[in-house]
Design a protein around this ligand. Structure first.
Ligand SMILES: [Ca+2]
Ligand SMILES: [Ca+2]
Length: 504
């Protein structure tokens, strides 16, 4: 894809020449007859435009793929090493109750990029969402592009198939209207030299959702970071940050990492700190699975994958290695932002498209709408704002309006997220009574309750008393009233979402 950076730099040179001429003391400019009103007004307009564009903060949006908050040090993990993301969390606002709108790639990304719930857009499959929302709607990146920003994508922002689009270096289902420039990062994935293992099985291929594309294929790879797609992604980000340093326009740079999405492939050095015997699996209680409805959302289990204890620990170890790999790359990008003098004028956002199960309830992977799968890590670091930990409920769909507000852009009237920028000044501020997520079911999450609705069946958890979601209260008569309230609340939220300007 071509870039118009050259045009912009050329443009900016002209502007700086005009400005420097303008700043020289020259009575001649005001001499009657030497310059009429129109060019002067144009000159002033250009000056004001360049000033206001430069005054706007840059946006660096980093999104990881299939990264659960539970794997990060700043969210309480004691084993997985994530010093760079942890540091970013101490410099910005870390959100402890941020939820994705869908627990797998396509609809989650379509929702956060276009600002419509999957229930509104019907973008519920492996789609970018453009076809569903229509050509007249602006994506988050496109909104910035149309409002004076230089917009760029590196690797997976909208849906891409991992690994097929990564091994081919192809766009996946991209939205070209969103970007001034876009780059893919081709990588070998499992076809890399190293120590390869498969840590899950799928006997007979009978259980849908446990097939080979989601198997725990692991490679402790020979060679350095740059062998891999994500290593190249970070390197491209470094290159662009250097290029943007002297650009007249502010930038909206979206950087998408594909790990820790399977296959769990990373350089060997990231596996070395994790000894199998020191890996600790999530705590388990006997019979935990007994009250979990057996539907497609919940069938990615240790039993279905036929994983023994060493395979479970090995998978966790490979996931942690993949997360540490990403963490190092995040650090590399942030160091460049600092070194190029742009950190003080750049809003940095770090998140993931959804969470992931790492053995809780003996469940693995995504699609489930339990806490580990529906909750995402979210850090928003705005220059000049105090670090904070925010427990208020928020949704990924809120990023579009919030970052628009922070950058002084109009919030488009059609989008369905809420501006949470006030939480960055006051972390106790609340904009939502409940968050909504979806997979093969619907999650309504209030501060106290998690209601998982599958139609005929469901789950209800008291998140204050039972944060690990061990005891399903859905059939408990003592909770009939609260269940009815949550059902009504879910229905009214869905009704509100249904009131939109999409022709669906
Ligand atoms: Ca994903
Ligand atoms: Ca249970």
């Amino acid at each position: 894809m071509t870039t118009n950076v050259f045009t912009e730099e050329h443009h900016s040179n002209n502007l700086s020449q005009i400005e420097s001429k303008n700043t020289k003391p020259s009575e001649k400019i005001w001499e009657p007859g030497r310059m009429n009103f129109r060019p002067l007004a144009l000159l002033l307009l250009l000056f004001v435009y360049s000033l206001s564009a430069r005054d706007k903060p840059n946006v660096l949006f980093i999104i990881s793929d299939d990264l659960t908050a539970t794997a990060l040090g700043c969210y309480g993990n004691k084993i997985c090493k994530t010093p760079n993301i942890d540091r970013l969390a101490t410099e910005g606002a870390r959100f402890t109750r941020a939820y994705c709108q869908a627990t797998f790639c396509g609809p989650s990304r379509a929702s956060l990029m276009f600002g419509y719930y999957p229930y509104a857009s019907k973008a519920t499959g492996y789609t970018i969402g453009r076809k569903e929302v229509g050509a007249d709607k602006d994506s988050w990146a496109q909104h910035f592009k149309k409002n004076g920003y230089h917009s760029a994508r590196i690797s997976k922002i909208f849906h891409m198939g991992v690994p097929p689009d990564i091994t081919k270096g192809s766009d996946g289902a991209d939205d070209p209207e969103s970007w001034n420039e876009a780059y893919n990062s081709k990588g070998p994935e499992t076809k890399v030299p190293g120590l390869a293992k498969q840590l899950s099985n799928n006997p007979g291929g009978l259980k849908k959702g446990t097939g080979s594309s989601q198997s725990f294929n692991v490679v402790e790879a020979d060679g350095d970071d740059l062998v891999h797609s994500d290593g190249k992604t970070a390197q491209k980000a470094v290159e662009l940050l250097h290029k943007y340093k002297n650009m007249e326009k502010p930038f909206f740079l979206a950087v998408g990492f594909v790990r820790p999405h399977v296959p769990l492939v990373a350089p060997k050095k990231y596996f070395d700190p994790y000894q199998l015997k020191k890996i600790v699996l999530p705590p388990k209680i006997p019979g935990d699975q007994d009250d979990i409805p057996q539907n497609p959302a919940n069938r990615r289990t240790t039993a279905n994958y036929q994983m023994d204890l060493n395979q479970q620990k090995g998978t966790l170890r490979a996931y942690y290695a993949s997360v540490s790999f990403i963490d190092t790359l995040v650090g590399k990008i942030l160091s460049t932002l600092e070194a190029t003098g742009q950190r003080d004028n750049t809003i940095v956002i770090f998140t993931s498209d959804h969470g992931y199960h790492l053995g809780e309830h003996d469940m693995w992977q995504k699609v489930s709408i339990h806490e580990e799968s529906a909750k995402v890590p979210l850090i928003i670091c705005v220059p000049d704002k105090k670090p904070a930990v925010c427990h208020s409920l928020t949704e990924l769909i809120d990023l579009y309006p919030t970052v628009s507000k922070l950058c002084g852009l109009k919030i488009p009237g059609n989008i369905q997220g809420k501006d949470i920028s006030t939480m960055l000044d006051d972390p106790t501020f609340k904009v939502r009574k409940a968050a909504l997520s979806s997979g093969k079911g619907r999650l309504l999450r209030t501060e106290k309750w998690a209601y998982l609705d599958y139609g005929r069946t469901g789950e209800l958890y008291d998140m204050e008393r039972d944060p690990k979601q061990y005891t399903n209260l859905i059939n408990d008569s003592e909770h009939a009233t609260v269940l009815k309230q949550l059902k009504d609340q879910l229905q009214s939220k869905l009704n509100a979402i249904d009131k939109n300007d999409l022709d669906r």
